[in-house]
Write a protein that binds this ligand. Structure first.
Ligand code: 8DG
Ligand code: MN
Ligand code: MN
Length: 409
């Protein structure tokens, strides 16, 4: 474990974007136990309570020492979001501080190595069912609770409910799309529309999509996508972001931010490129489904996404088989930024989610700026700023540099 004091210097800070948070911390087991309480509240739709736990866990991840009853009383319980009562008069901070994990629960863990409520939760059928139902891509907590209330408990129940076709050998069948092949082997799907990932398809692919992805495969996927993009538009640049960039050995999906190296062109080379790339990957059989594509649904053009206004595609991707190993379907997120928005795009998509949440809050509350993956806007006069490197993004927002591998807040 990295426990150098410099790395952990800001662990008492209220904003996650000021704290250095390693991937593995000295209190990993406590964080995991509190994670059960977070997940339970989240599955039950108790958003405020869930966020309270999420924030407490995030603060503990930056704490440099193993927590004992002694340092808990002298230091830990005074950290932000831990055992904290509502005091803030600032309304937008209020909802984040109104809920906190019980100090007693952390003490319980220090004494016994488990939290009693977690034992109860782990023994509950409802918890496991909701957890299982939400493991299917596209099924959120609210849908899962509705499915539970009409009697569904297992994935097999879901297969029956969604009428998933089963092949003769008992395996689940993916509905065949109609494809025509041209003489040179190019796939032309009969349907002009790229297929959405339906709940049915997500159920069939669930084992693939649930499996984690090694760094090696992430890099291979990146190389394949870049080679296709180079054919389509030479001179593009890209960074693999998300958990991979934060040092995770196993990722749940692959996130890539793209742009073009020619800064002077005003982003002409990347405009509409996301769509074109996805279509090309689909024609090659590399992308099989699309769960979101900016500008694809007519209604997307009307309202801008709640996160940012970069062109993006959330897809299902599969590497071509090399004959020796069976390939799995993977989730792949492709994000396209105009050249001047590349570095805010990279910062905005590296995560973690808590780091991003507080980066936006910090920019707004402390700096009068709106941070967005597509650029930084000064709030009082709407002036836009486009930092020219990742370090410049931090400097512009008055933040000390935090390495991507220490953004696991
Ligand atoms: P993993 O579970 O994929 O291994 O970890 P992750 O890479 O951290 O999670 P992720 O769900 O792939 O999210 C990657 C980052 O992107 C994270 O900081 C959250 C952020 N993010 C989304 N959706 C959007 C979005 O629509 N816009 C922006 N700017 N960021 C987003 O997940
Ligand atoms: Mn990811
Ligand atoms: Mn992602």
């Amino acid at each position: 474990l990295v426990t150098s004091p410099r790395i952990f210097s800001n662990y008492t800070a209220r904003y996650a974007c000021l704290r250095a948070s390693p991937l593995v911390c000295p209190n990993q087991a406590l964080a995991a136990e509190l994670g059960v309480l977070y997940l339970h509240r989240d599955l039950e739709g108790k958003a405020v309570n869930a966020l309270g736990y999420q924030r407490a866990i995030s603060v503990l991840k930056a704490y440099p020492r193993v927590i004992t009853l002694e340092n808990f009383d002298t230091e830990v319980r005074h950290l932000p979001y831990i055992g904290e009562k509502i005091q803030s008069k600032v309304t937008y901070l209020q909802h984040t501080t109104s809920s906190h994990p019980e100090v007693e629960q952390i003490k319980e863990f220090i004494r016994f190595g488990v939290i009693e409520e977690c034992q109860t939760i782990r023994a509950s059928e409802r918890f496991w069912s909701l957890k299982t139902l939400t493991s299917v891509h596209g099924i959120g907590a609210t849908t899962a609770r509705n499915l539970y209330s009409i009697g569904l408990r297992t994935l097999e129940d879901m297969e029956r409910y969604y009428d998933v076709p089963v092949a003769d050998d008992g395996t689940l069948k993916l509905e065949e799309e109609e494809v025509i092949y041209t003489p040179n082997g190019k796939r032309i799907p009969r349907q002009a529309r790229l297929p959405d990932l339906s709940t049915k398809a997500a159920l069939v692919l669930r084992n693939d999509l649930e499996a984690s992805i090694s760094r090696e495969e992430v890099e291979e996927m990146h190389a394949v996508v870049m080679a296709e993009l180079e054919e389509l538009q030479p001179g593009c640049v890209s960074t693999i972001v998300g958990g991979y960039r934060r040092g995770k050995l196993q990722s749940n999906d692959v996130d890539i931010v793209f742009s073009h190296s020619d800064l002077r062109s005003g982003g002409n080379q990347v405009k509409g490129l996301c769509r074109k790339l996805v279509q090309r990957l689909y024609d090659r059989g590399l992308v099989t489904h699309v769960t979101h594509l900016s500008g694809f649904h007519a209604r997307d053009a009307m309202r801008t996404s709640h996160w940012d206004s970069l062109e993006k595609a959330l897809t299902i991707f599969i590497l071509p088989s090399d004959g020796t190993q069976k390939r799995s379907h993977r989730r792949l997120d492709l994000i396209f930024a105009a050249p001047e928005a590349y570095w805010t795009g990279v910062v905005g998509w590296t995560g973690s989610k808590m780091f991003e949440r507080d980066l936006r809050l910090w920019a707004k509350v402390e700096k009068g700026m709106k941070f967005d993956s597509s650029g930084i806007t000064r709030r009082h006069d709407s002036k836009k700023f486009f930092p020219k490197s990742e370090l410049e993004v931090f400097e512009f927002l008055g933040l000390e540099w935090i390495d991507p591998t220490l953004r696991n807040a």
